[in-house]
Write a protein that binds this ligand. Structure first.
Ligand code: NFC
Length: 558
């Protein structure tokens, strides 16, 4: 028996270590470890709840706004603050822009090179690449000359002996299946996406002043709407927002979606690997009106799917004892009540005084503690969160556009629904939900403009701004669907200050270690599912499955 160690996993945010115990050429057991420690929950204690978002948001600069959003929602829940519809629509647009930006960058810059052999792209015929590109999309950048230029650009990198951002790939690995033309097309889009993302990020700067880490405010959004003012959200800025949404939508329609389907067609064997837990959780998000008042309007519904049974959606209660709990049996933490307990986040504990063995080490102590990530569970069960969970939830609840899109993708790829529960399914689901979200952004924008035209420019509800109006004690939960999955922040407020603050984060759900019952987390379970290694010292297969979740360890550990 040998153990493969991948540390650090690159092209992700933060520090992730994977150890894979091999048996007969297969991964028999996998262990996922977050190897850095942070402590944002400790930093938040004792602060003014109205400031919490600015600290919590620093959990991550990749999903750059989501912790700010979850934080203000937690305070609004605790203090029973409803926000105006315009604020809700602007928040949707900001979260939507985050998804589109984040998912496209993940596909091209963090994950594509697991499937695309950059060096093979140098053998591509630009004319054949152009023919391929034009056969799958009407994207204007598709002439032979364009691909010839891209090939020259890539060649310059490689011939200089410094392929820089493309250095240290497993180029030539037998797992790469794309013909040179498809490789060149994908590399060209890698470059294009780098320039495109800069424009999409500007939506946050318009509504929130900057990106990363746009500004927020408890009770609404920080910028007022005034069509005739230079400093407010005015007509010119709204027109820019519309341009950004159009640009985002055309890139998704003409580049991201066709590329995903084209590349997936060469890797259909990955629709039977990396199946994983088979349990999925969403908290739900994207109300068209009020977050609390109109659940039926949410684009993504909340719920749990167990054992891949799409016929039953189990309800989720974020406030109830015994539903969401975090375990630390295999994490470098202690709880006052003992290491095998699970704690609901309102009673959650984060203490950085664990005295057992911690890194550096030769191998993880997998019988004991082996990660700075906790292990969240829903009613004691491990679940997967993220784009696949959301797409399944929309599909299972009969959301029309989602159903049509998923069915059409499955038909194009000639795959059964079962194929979604896989490494490939996770990648495809991320692309499909981006299409759903970018289309919805057009609707949210239209609704915002209609409200403004009807005379409603309200974006802020300041009725509970004064701490003197708050109860002595209050608890709240702020939840949302972040790009990598369901995100919750739980806050306890006492005497106007934060008495406890706990975040249970998408990458915590997915990257967490085993729990007190020995149940694996989502990454671990997916790797334990049908993974052979073609070349043991080139763990491309591990990268494919782990990257399919789009890990963010800065978030997971927080
Ligand atoms: Ni960082 Fe985040 C991670 C997201 O899991 N999405 O909620 C946070 O990061 O990318």
């Amino acid at each position: 028996m040998s153990r493969i160690v991948v540390d650090p996993i690159t092209r992700i945010e933060g520090h992730l270590r994977i150890e894979a115990q091999m048996e007969d050429g297969r991964i028999a057991q996998a262990f996922s470890s977050g190897t850095s420690v942070r402590g944002l929950e400790i930093i938040l204690k004792g602060r003014d709840p109205r400031d919490a978002w600015a600290f919590a948001q620093r959990i991550c600069g990749v999903c750059t706004l989501v912790h700010g959003m979850a934080s203000i929602r937690a305070v609004e829940d605790a203090l029973k603050i409803d926000i105006p519809t315009n604020a809700q629509l602007i928040r949707n647009l900001m979260i939507g822009a985050q998804y589109v930006h984040d998912h496209v960058m993940h596909f091209y810059h963090l994950h594509a090179l697991d499937w695309v052999d950059v060096v093979s792209a140098l053998d591509a015929d630009p004319a054949a690449t152009s023919a391929l590109a034009q056969s799958i999309s009407k994207h204007p950048n598709s002439s032979p000359g364009y691909f010839s230029d891209m090939k020259t650009k890539l060649k310059t990198f490689v011939e200089s002996g410094q392929i820089g951002i493309f250095n240290q790939g497993y180029w030539g690995h037998p797992g790469y299946k794309l013909p040179p033309e498809a490789n060149l097309m994908a590399v060209a889009h890698y470059f294009e996406a780098l320039a495109w993302q800069r424009e999409v990020a500007k939506l946050h700067a318009i509504f929130g002043g900057k990106n990363p880490h746009p500004n927020f405010v408890v009770g609404g959004v920080p910028s007022p709407i005034d069509l005739n003012s230079d400093s407010a959200i005015n007509a010119e800025k709204l027109a820019k927002v519309k341009n950004i949404i159009d640009l985002a939508q055309s890139f998704v329609d003409e580049v991201y979606l066709p590329d995903t389907l084209a590349i997936a067609g060469f890797y259909k064997d990955w629709a039977t690997r990396g199946e994983g837990l088979g349990n999925f959780l969403t908290y739900g998000d994207f109300p068209s009106t009020g977050l609390t008042s109109d659940r039926a309007s949410w684009l993504v519904p909340p719920g749990v799917i167990l054992d891949r049974d799409l016929s039953t959606i189990h309800p989720v209660d974020l406030s109830a004892e015994g539903e969401i709990e975090e375990y630390i049996a295999h994490s470098w933490y202690e709880y006052e009540g003992g290491k095998d307990k699970g704690l609901h986040p309102w009673a959650g504990e984060t203490a950085l005084d664990y005295t057992g063995p911690k890194p550096p080490f030769e191998q993880l102590d997998v019988e004991g503690a082996y990660s700075w990530i906790k292990a969240p569970r829903w009613k004691g069960k491990p679940v997967e969160v993220g784009p696949l969970a959301r797409v399944l939830m929309m599909y299972a609840t009969g959301q029309e556009q989602a159903k049509a899109l998923v069915d059409s993708a499955l038909t194009t790829l000639d795959l059964p629904v079962r194929g979604l529960y896989s490494t490939l399914g996770r990648v495809a689901a991320r692309t499909l939900e981006t299409k759903l979200i970018v289309d919805a952004m057009q609707d949210w924008y239209a609704a915002l403009i209609a409200n403004i035209k009807a005379g409603d420019t309200t974006t802020f509800n300041g009725t509970k701004w004064d701490p003197a109006s708050w109860p002595k004690q209050a608890r709240g939960v702020g939840f949302m669907e972040a790009p990598r999955g369901g995100l919750g922040h739980w806050i306890v407020i006492e005497d106007g200050k934060i008495a406890n603050y706990q975040a249970v984060v998408p990458s915590t759900w997915n990257a967490g270690p085993r729990d007190a019952q020995g149940q694996s987390g989502a990454y671990e379970a997916a790797l334990q599912d049908n993974h052979t290694m073609a070349v043991e010292d080139q763990p491309l297969e591990i990268l494919r499955t782990i990257h399919s979740f789009d890990p963010c360890l800065a978030c997971a550990v927080h």
